[in-house]
Each structure stands twice: as structure tokens, then as C-alpha cells.
Ligand binder design. Structure first.
Ligand SMILES: [Zn+2]
Length: 471
């Protein structure tokens, strides 16, 4: 053995012996956001898991200490509604860029929608193609939703067995080819299979009838105006869809999840359904909670999403729905596209792609709005980490700062403000309706299983995210 080899051997042995104690870390903050509340403490991490949350003076000897001071430590956020578009439309987004934006935004787990990618995730073989596309390219962990389309009923239970977090369908045309909507008849054919899986069925709840009727009245209208687009997707489209879904839920007893609720008019229906004991959960998105139709400029197709952003009064009622627990969670519905599909030059709401990308700014958007309405970090952690993890069936490992959970968390500086700029977006095409806005709260660091993936505006190491399994 020569001298260099001996030296390397000795060093390896030294690290092997030392590693158990080296892997003990303590993350200190005056505001650790735990399920029991926000309090000063130290999150003690052993290897990849949280060992305990203790008083700061009880940090175990030998632990490597990271002191975040006044910055809050929240659980790593879980986004249960993301369109990564990979494989097949990776020029729209992609695993690497979406998960990079997620890491910069404080998210440590994304659940990917089954459409926009090609093939759509409607069979186990398509799921395997997606897994191959994701391998080695993710900055944070991910899971997949499986699709329910017009003709894949026989694949639903196999998708569940193969590990999808749950299932997703559309009651209206999803806007892309390769993933079909379902009619009531097709949905009925699928529901016995869905119910048997015990997994949630996420539904885009708008019915085509009211949309077609409204759009028919608007053919001569000016489609560069936001009001025209808003009128083309009336509240009734959501209301009728939700009424239908609740009656199907009563009949088939499947777990129903309404994605991106935009109309507050459905809250009373949903409240009654909850009281009746129906297994229904609801999400809304930062854009519905932050923006309002009254301030969207004509020609501003960056603000187009479906369902549309409605008025300011509606927005305040959505906040009330969150407060009352009728809305369970907030997901981004991050849905990017190549900039030319936003028809920015022609400013046409009719032909522009409907989707808003916001992964990297979801947390500051929510914090900025929540604090002015008297909500704090505990509520944000519940809406953006704990409840989405529960929906995705991974709530014993993700979404909380508690013993036994993955050491996923975000250090969040609530004292700082910043202006949204292109270089802070990090997803593939840095277009956003939020550019130029001043927001409160800066992600200082994001940790995935005990190691930083993003720290002081730099990505750390190589992509280490993996597919996460259901509990
Ligand atoms: Zn979506």
C-alpha cells in the first residue's frame, strides 16, 4: 500500500467511525412551526429523519447546530397540484426545472398531474415512462396522480397498486390532447373501480354546459378583455359540477377532492356535504386568494387560468372558507407553457393557454395575503404542508415537523420583502403575472431529508429527490 492509498484508507475509516455522530444536526429557531403551535425550539435531525423537537437548551451534545434565529422553520411544503408536463411536453416545463422552482419556493414534495405529459398517466406502463423521465433529475421528492379518462376504467386499480397517490379526472375538456374528459356516464363507469382503491378522486369541477351556453353569447365580444373571459366561465359551471359530484359521492362513497375551487358560491353546498359526513375535501390556489378580476388588465393573458380568477368579494369569501375549514388546502396548480402559447402579443383570452405558474412564489404570496387577514404560519403549514400530504396519503412521513417525519423543512424570513423578478422564478419559462410585485417573506433555505437543496439563493449539490411512496 503506497502512502496516498494508506492516507485515503485512513480517512475513509475515520469518516465511517465518525459518521453516526456527524449525522446528528439541530436546527434552531425562535419560531418552529409544529402541529402543536409555533414556539422556540430545536429540530433535532438524525440522518434523514426528525428525531425530536426540543427546547434549545436541550440540544444533544455533538449535534451540528444551524441557528436560524428569528426566521421561522416550517415543514417542507407539499404541493398536491403541479403540472410538470414531463415526459412528452418537457419544453413546457420538466422535472428538473419544476423541482428546482419548488426547492427555491420551500416545497419538498410535488404531486404531478396525469395530463400534459405524453403519454398521459392513465396506465401503469405510462407511469413507468414518467418514472424513467424523473429519475436523477429531481431537486425535491415527487409523487404521481393517475388519470381517469373516458376509457381506462380497467387500469384504475392497477395504477393504485403501482403506487399513484390517487386519481384525477376532468368534467370539461382539459385544454390539451392526449387526455380525455369524462362525461357523467363515463365517470359512473369508473367510480366503482375508484371507490375500491380507497384513494381520492381529484376532479376539475366545471361542466361544459354552462360554459358553452355563456361562450355562445359572447362570440361578438372583445376577447382581449378579461371580463369576456370571466363571463365565459360562469360560477354555474363550477356549481353544477360540484352538485353532480356530491350526488355521485353520496351514491358511490368514493373520496372526492375538488381541485382549484374558484367560486365561493359553492362553499355552502360543500359545508352541507361535510356535515352530512360525505368524504369530500377541497382545495383552492394562491392566485384565487391573491388576485381579483377587478384589477386584471385587459390583454393580460398571463392571468388566465381555469376556472377563472373571480371578483374581490369572492376572494374574501374563499378566505372565509379556508378559515372555517370548508377549504382544506392550498395548492399552486402550477401550470406553465411555452410563452408563445400565452398569446402575449395578440392579447387574446380565447386562444391563450389557461394556466398560471407559481411554484417559486407560492409561499410568499400566501404569507403576504394571510398576515393581513390575521392568519399565521401555523395555518399556512396546515394548508400547504399537512393537508396536501394527507390528501396524497403520505402524512405519516411528510408535511409536519414532528418525531419520525422526514427532515424536510424550510427556513423562512418573514421580516424581508422582495420584488418578484425573472431570475427568482427558476422554472423553465420565467413568465408570471406576479413579476414586479412586492411580496413579504423570503425562503432562506430548503432542506430535504436533512440536507440543504437550496440555501442563500444557491442550489446545493446534485438533484437528490426521489419518488415518494404512499404511507
Ligand atoms: Zn391543474
Amino acid at each position: 500500500m503506497d502512502k496516498a492509498t494508506l492516507l485515503a484508507h485512513t480517512r475513509d475509516t475515520f469518516w465511517r467511525i465518525l459518521r453516526p455522530s456527524m449525522s446528528l444536526q439541530a436546527f434552531l429557531s425562535r419560531r418552529v412551526v409544529t402541529p402543536e403551535g409555533v414556539r422556540p425550539g430545536a429540530v433535532v435531525v438524525e440522518g434523514k429523519r426528525i428525531r425530536d423537537v426540543v427546547a434549545q437548551e436541550r440540544v444533544p451534545a455533538g449535534a451540528k447546530v444551524h441557528d436560524f434565529g428569528e426566521m421561522a422553520i416550517l415543514p417542507g411544503l407539499v404541493d398536491s397540484h403541479v403540472h410538470i408536463n414531463d415526459p412528452g411536453r418537457a419544453e413546457w416545463e420538466g422535472f428538473e426545472t419544476a423541482t428546482r422552482a419548488a426547492a427555491a419556493g420551500g416545497y419538498t414534495l410535488l404531486v404531478d398531474m396525469p395530463l400534459n405529459c405524453l403519454p398521459g398517466t392513465t396506465t401503469v406502463s405510462a407511469l413507468e415512462v414518467k418514472r424513467a423521465a424523473a429519475r436523477g433529475r429531481c431537486w425535491v421528492d415527487w409523487m404521481a396522480w393517475g388519470g381517469v379518462v373516458a376509457d381506462n376504467q380497467e387500469h384504475i386499480e392497477a395504477l393504485a397498486a403501482a403506487g399513484v397517490a390517487g386519481l384525477k379526472c376532468f368534467l370539461v375538456h382539459p385544454g390539451v390532447d392526449g387526455f380525455t374528459m369524462v362525461t357523467e356516464e363515463q365517470l359512473r363507469a369508473a367510480l366503482p373501480y375508484v371507490a375500491r382503491t380507497g384513494l381520492p378522486l381529484l376532479v376539475h369541477a366545471e361542466l361544459p354546459g354552462p360554459i358553452d351556453a355563456a361562450t355562445g353569447q359572447l362570440s361578438d365580444c372583445d376577447w382581449t378583455r378579461y371580463q369576456t373571459y370571466l363571463q365565459s366561465r360562469p360560477d354555474e359551471a363550477e356549481l353544477c359540477a360540484i352538485e353532480l359530484l356530491l350526488s355521485l359521492c353520496r351514491e358511490y362513497r368514493f373520496r372526492l377532492h375538488i381541485v382549484h375551487l374558484a367560486t365561493a358560491k359553492a362553499l355552502s353546498l360543500l359545508h352541507v356535504a361535510r356535515n352530512e359526513g360525505l368524504p369530500v375535501s377541497v382545495e383552492t390556489c394562491p392566485h384565487y386568494l391573491h388576485l381579483a378580476a377587478e384589477t386584471i388588465p385587459d390583454g393580460g393573458t398571463l392571468f388566465k387560468g381555469a376556472p377563472p380568477i373571480r371578483g374581490a368579494e369572492n376572494r374574501e369569501k374563499l378566505w372565509a372558507g379556508l378559515c372555517e375549514g370548508i377549504i382544506d388546502l392550498v395548492a399552486t396548480d402550477h401550470s406553465p407553457c411555452p410563452p408563445e402559447m400565452k398569446r402575449l402579443a395578440e392579447e387574446n383570452f380565447r386562444t391563450a393557454w389557461g394556466g398560471i405558474a407559481s411554484l417559486s412564489v407560492g409561499l410568499p404570496l400566501m404569507y403576504t395575503e394571510a398576515r393581513t387577514r390575521g392568519f399565521g404560519l401555523a395555518e399556512i403549514a396546515r394548508w400547504m404542508a399537512e393537508s396536501p400530504a394527507k390528501l396524497a396519503g403520505c402524512h405519516t412521513r411528510k408535511g409536519r415537523i414532528a418525531a419520525g417525519y422526514d427532515a424536510d423543512f424550510v427556513a423562512f424570513d418573514t421580516d424581508r420583502e422582495f420584488v418578484v423578478s425573472k431570475d427568482l422564478l427558476h422554472y423553465r419559462h420565467p413568465v408570471s403575472p406576479y413579476l414586479g410585485e412586492k411580496l413579504r417573506g423570503v425562503v432562506k433555505a430548503t432542506y430535504l431529508r436533512g440536507e440543504p437543496v437550496y440555501l442563500d439563493e444557491e442550489f446545493q449539490g446534485d438533484p437528490r429527490g426521489v419518488e415518494h411512496g404512499r404511507d
